[in-house]
Design a protein around this ligand. Sequence first.
Ligand code: ADP
Length: 175
Amino acid sequence: MKEMGLSSEGLPSAKNVAIYSGSFDPITKGHLDIICRARNLFDLVVVAVADNMQKKPLFSRKERVEMVRLAIQGMEGVVADSFTGLLAHYVQERGVSVIIRGLRAVSDLEHEFRMAFMNRSLAPQVETIFLMPSEDYTYLNSTVVKEVARLGGDVSQFVIPVVEERLQRKLRRSS
Ligand code: ADP
């Protein structure tokens, strides 16, 4: 019983933690959908904002973490963090063995598989779990949201109000 991680009453005894990583530039309702699904499976979900030097984010890491914090406000068992360097190292340092990623469409598969296999070779004891969002968010990504906002479109159905405000403020400044 103990080896299975079950208490004598048959309830999970160990706190299980998962890390949901990404750029979150900015956090969208699609990300939030995945966070809620992950939270249904894990006691604690760490939303880990990556500082990916290859991608040129619109928002700084600090701003992205701040928006994640605002978006998860009031969600019990969900916290925000950030990391630089390899996700595999960050996850290992935290002693966590599950990475959560979202899968929207077949187009995500190749990139996500490549990342998952790379992470597996770097950290063999860590598993990547893929979750699918609600159909409403299947074609939603941060890049599209930024593009629509830049062209003056309404993004309120894709991001929470505080993120929409910051997006508009940022785009006004950078134009
Ligand atoms: P990255 O730059 O690491 O891909 P993103 O912030 O774009 O970071 O996404 C983080 C994770 O969330 C990725 O696994 C991505 O596929 C997933 N994701 C992003 N948007 C959605 C969405 N609308 N529905 C489901 N998963 C999503």
